[in-house]
Design a protein around this ligand. Structure first.
Ligand code: ADP
Length: 265
């Protein structure tokens, strides 16, 4: 199979220039990279599961002097497992051209689930509230959208100091679409990092990300899930003030609210 890239450039009032490039070798390289990451992640999964299983079985009471080491080992093996799972999710997302299971994603239910998850992660350290300003649901993959939105919520909790506020919202936009937003009053992100923030393993502060249990892959997953839904990610952030991450969906992705009809007796 040959892959060609077409570019049509207007270069005078009446003329257009068509540039066709053979990008087959580039596409092949890209495929090799994707397969490699997917295979490595897959191969690491089994040995990690075994290690993790044994570590969970070891009782610290047997050798109390090793208890802190054991706790560290467990934490690190949990982190590695999470990185492998996130890499596999990314590989699956990259391999998919479109979502084949477009279903009704109930936004009311999803927002309540996200609020529960945020409260669970925060353990009462933040004030979390939800704003449901749009009745429409989304057409897409519930699992993928849940995973993307959860990543944004978990970031808001992890990068907001104690006592901060987090708002999860679903609101109509002026052009008939809708936006899912997560706003926090956290550390914020310096403007120069914003263009690269959705790249794999890109972190503003590696230590803060690691300490809070991050894999560095969350926003890449968000970006890919949104691409599959023809949506875009908008980020507004001010250092020391907070950040707002918004997922903007077009009108075509929205579903009118479900009409619940009472059955005749
Ligand atoms: P991580 O697992 O490190 O959180 P992500 O891809 O989810 O990876 O995020 C990438 C980086 O973006 C993070 O390491 C952090 O520096 C920054 N970031 C993401 N969300 C926020 C937020 N709500 N507030 C401040 N910084 C954030």
């Amino acid at each position: 199979m040959i892959r060609l890239s077409f570019r049509l450039i207007p270069y005078s009032h009446e003329h257009m220039l068509l540039v066709v490039r053979d990008v087959t070798p580039l596409a092949r390289l890209e495929q090799v990279r994707r397969d490699f990451v997917a295979n490595v992640s897959h191969e690491l999964r089994t040995p990690l599961t075994v290690l993790h299983g044994y570590l969970e079985m070891l009782e610290p009471e047997v050798m109390p002097q090793l208890a802190p080491i054991l706790a560290d080992l467990r934490g690190q093996s949990r982190r590695m497992t999470q990185i492998v799972e996130d890499l596999l999710t990314l590989s699956r997302l990259e391999a998919q051209q479109q979502i084949n299971d477009a279903e009704r994603v109930s936004m009311r239910a999803l927002l309540s689930t996200l609020k529960r998850e945020a409260d669970g992660l925060s353990q009462g350290r933040h004030h979390v509230d939800i704003v449901l300003g749009c009745d429409n649901d989304l057409r897409g993959s519930t699992d993928y959208l849940h995973s993307a939105f959860s990543n944004l919520v978990s970031n808001a909790v992890r990068y907001t100091p104690e006592g901060g506020r987090i708002q999860i919202s679903w609101q109509a936009t002026t052009n008939g679409g809708a936006r899912f937003g997560v706003a926090d009053t956290g550390y914020g992100i310096p403007a120069e990092h914003l263009p690269r923030i959705t790249e794999r393993f890109y972190r503003v502060s590696t230590s803060r990300s690691r300490e809070s249990g991050g894999t560095g892959l969350g926003l890449s997953i968000v970006k890919h899930v949104l691409q599959l839904h023809q949506a875009r990610l908008e980020i507004e952030s001010e250092l020391g003030v907070g950040s707002t991450f918004s997922c903007v969906f077009a009108r075509e992705r929205l579903l009118a609210p479900e009409v619940v009809t009472e059955e005749a007796p």
